[in-house]
Each structure stands twice: as C-alpha cells, then as structure tokens.
Design a protein around this ligand. Structure first.
Ligand SMILES: Cc1cc2nc3c(=O)[nH]c(=O)nc-3n(C[C@H](O)[C@H](O)[C@H](O)COP(=O)(O)O)c2cc1C
Length: 378
C-alpha cells in the first residue's frame, strides 16, 4: 500500500478499489443526508485548547472500555455487509482490531458468520444484535454469541424501520437487490476486489445460513431480513434478552436523555450515543451535539460510548472531552478495509492512535483520564 497519511487517503483508495455499489453503500446517509453532514460539521466546529510547557513525555493513549484494557479508547462499530467491501472483511477487521488491542463488533448482517470469525481470531469480540420478529432466530443468535465467547452484546435499537438511502436504490442495493448490468461491469474493473471475493468463504449473510428457505440466494435473504425488523420491540423486551444473555449489554442508537435514563433503568452496561452514522432518521441532531447532555445525565451510571463522524484522533479527543468513555469507528475503518484489507484496517487504527497521541501532547495531557471539557475552547 502506498503511503496513507490520513483517513481521507484510505477513503480515496477504497473508492478506487471497491465496486461503486458497495463504496456508495458505505458512504451514504438517509434521505437528504442532513444528519450525516451534521455529524461531521458539528465535530469540526469544536476547537481544542493548546497548552504548552507541560511535561508530556509519559503520555499514553491506553484506557479501559467496559473494564477491559484497550490500546486506545476506540472500538470498531458493527457494519453490515463488511465482507463485500473486501473478501472475508469481518475476519480481517477483527484481526486488525485485536492486534491493536481494541474491541471489534461483528454485526448480525455480516457476511462472515459468528462461528467463522470466532474460529479465525484469538480473542473474544463483541456481537451486535438486530432483534427480528422471529424470536427463535434472535434467541439462537444470542446463544451462538455465548457459545463463541463474545464479550459483549451490542443491541442496536434505532432500526425498527429502515431509513431510505437513495444511492442504494439506484445501485440495486434495495430490497430485493437487483444489481444493474453497469454495476456488474464496474465490479469486473476492480480486479483486486474480485480476486479477494473469489477466495472468500462466503458472499452472502453468514449468520442467516440454515435459517431461511432458499438461503443460498442473497435476494431471498434480503427479502426475509426486510420483513423481519421487529416494529413491536420495546423496553420490555430487554428483560427477555437479559434472560438469555448473562454478559455485558451495550444499547446502541441512543439520541435522547430520556432514552439514556431508560437504558440505565434496564441495567445496561453501556450505551452508544449514535444516529447510525446518519443512515436512519434524517433531520435528527448530530450525535456530538447530543453527547454532553446524555453524559451529564447518566455518565456516572453506565459507560457512554459515542459514534458518528469520527475521522481522526482529534475527533476522538473532542468526543471524550464532551463525556464519552470511548468512540466507535464506522466508515473510518471501512475505508481502510476497502483500501487494503487487514493492513488497511490496521493503518486506519494506527492513524487515529497517532493523531490522538500527538493531540494529547499538544493539549498538555499524559493520559486519557485527564481529557475533559477543560480541553476545549468555550
Ligand atoms: C456501511 C454501514 C453499515 C452499517 N451497518 C450497521 C449494522 O449492521 N448494525 C449497526 O448497529 N450499525 C450499523 N452501521 C452504523 C455503524 O455501526 C455506526 O453507528 C456508524 O457507522 C458511525 O458513524 P461513522 O460511520 O460516521 O463513524 C452501519 C454503518 C455503515 C456506514
């Protein structure tokens, strides 16, 4: 891989290497993309305070997330269809995360299955659950995550109905999928990607294998999924999940103080303040603008994690200063995956670690625990 100095370099490389339909799937937000844009613009507006003549020689980016030591305060977010950005993408991303000492989250709608990833990596990972109408399927997924020794269950709660992404419809990534001839020709012009996909163990939703009739066809699976998001899901169902999953529970997709309080009441270990990377409710606030209010309200009762627009170590420092314990990387690592598989994800994490390290130094900080609102210009 040629020199990749920032996440934008990885994004440009991914744009060249990944077929248009799948790169577009990663990039897009819902509807007018206002919320997607606000995630970035609101982060960029936050000014950091430079401090000088402080001994910063002992500084470290290490911290803890949910009681586990991490090399830097980030985790990789769940990403559906990660294995279409690069063959065996979920396994490669998980390996890169574990090499950097940070958690990886495998999504329900991944290409590699829970068992594929568990067999290919050394340490436990987090598993993200979408609760489907077929509660037998949801139960089976949780039981598989237990058997695979997953160390946390990330319950995503902001997707009972699907936000529309115009580009996905144009590219045939709608439900049911109908890739256009142009997309197929485009795929043929991405040889590295195509070779990786040919060698990959799977090319369709791995966790669903064996559950859906006609499951060999992506179309049958995608149709099943689209009708399976459970619109009746409510806080009462958390008790049902708790009865099956004994471990750490992270509720992802919180954007309101009252919902954050409810997550405390049901005994969640952590929440993720998130608007699904601007892919669900268009017109919702940026997640960074909501973070401080939620952190003030519940930050001492559970861990407050954050995602939405993180593209640099400076952004990580901004979110921690506003009350996050750590951040989830979404597109930032997906660009790395599309740019260069496992090495590309490793590069994305290392870019962010170095940026965080330098920014901590320039802010006069030696540890992540010292980061706070005093690090920001009012
Ligand atoms: C391509 C793509 C697929 C995603 N798939 C899922 C998913 O399956 N489950 C989930 O909980 N969140 C999913 N998300 C949301 C991410 O977990 C995360 O909240 C979001 O990407 C954070 O914003 P960022 O991309 O700006 O960092 C997805 C995001 C993207 C970009």
């Amino acid at each position: 891989m040629r020199a990749m100095t920032c996440i934008e370099d990885l994004r440009q490389a991914a744009r060249r290497r990944v077929p248009r339909a799948f790169f577009g799937y990663a990039e897009a937000g819902s509807y007018t993309e206002q919320t997607l844009a606000a995630n970035r613009s609101d982060l960029e507006r936050i000014r950091l305070r430079q401090r000088v003549l402080v001994d910063i020689s002992r500084r470290s980016t290490s911290s803890t997330l949910l009681g586990e030591r991490v090399g830097l305060p980030i985790a990789l977010a769940p990403i559906g269809l990660g294995g279409l950005q690069w063959g065996d993408g979920e396994i490669l991303a998980c390996r890169a995360a574990q090499a950097a000492g940070i958690p990886y989250t495998l999504g329900t709608l991944s290409i590699c299955s829970i068992e594929d990833v568990a067999a290919a990596v050394e340490k436990p990972f987090w598993f993200q659950l979408y609760v489907m109408k077929d509660r037998g399927f949801a139960r089976a997924l949780i039981e598989r995550a237990i058997a695979a020794r997953c160390s946390a269950l990330v319950l995503t709660v902001d997707l009972q109905v699907l936000g529309q992404r115009h580009a996905d419809i144009r590219n045939g990534l709608s439900v049911p999928p109908a890739l256009k001839l142009g997309n197929l020709i485009d795929m043929a012009t991405k040889p590295r990607w195509a070779l990786g996909m040919l060698a990959a163990r799977r090319r369709t939703f791995g966790n669903l294998a064996g559950f859906v009739r006609g499951e060999a066809r992506v179309k049958a699976l995608a149709e099943w999924i689209a009708h399976q998001f459970d619109e009746t899901l409510s806080w009462k169902d958390i008790e049902w999940i708790r009865g099956i999953w004994p471990g750490k529970l992270i509720i992802k997709g919180i954007l309101d103080v009252e919902d954050a309080r409810a997550a405390c009441d049901v005994g969640a270990s952590a929440i993720v303040v998130s608007n699904h990377g601007g892919r669900q409710m268009d017109g919702a606030s940026s997640s960074i603008s909501i973070l401080p209010g939620i952190a003030d309200a519940v930050g001492s009762d559970l861990e407050v994690l954050f995602d939405g627009g993180i593209r640099s170590g400076q952004d990580v420092l901004r979110a921690i200063a506003l009350g996050a314990r750590g951040c989830l990387l979404g597109r930032a690592y997906i660009y790395g995956l599309g740019a260069g598989g496992e090495a590309g994800v490793g590069r994305a994490i290392e870019i962010i670690r170095r940026e965080l390290d330098v920014t901590m130094g320039l802010a006069g900080l030696n540890s992540v625990a010292e980061i706070g609102r005093h690090c920001l210009v009012d």
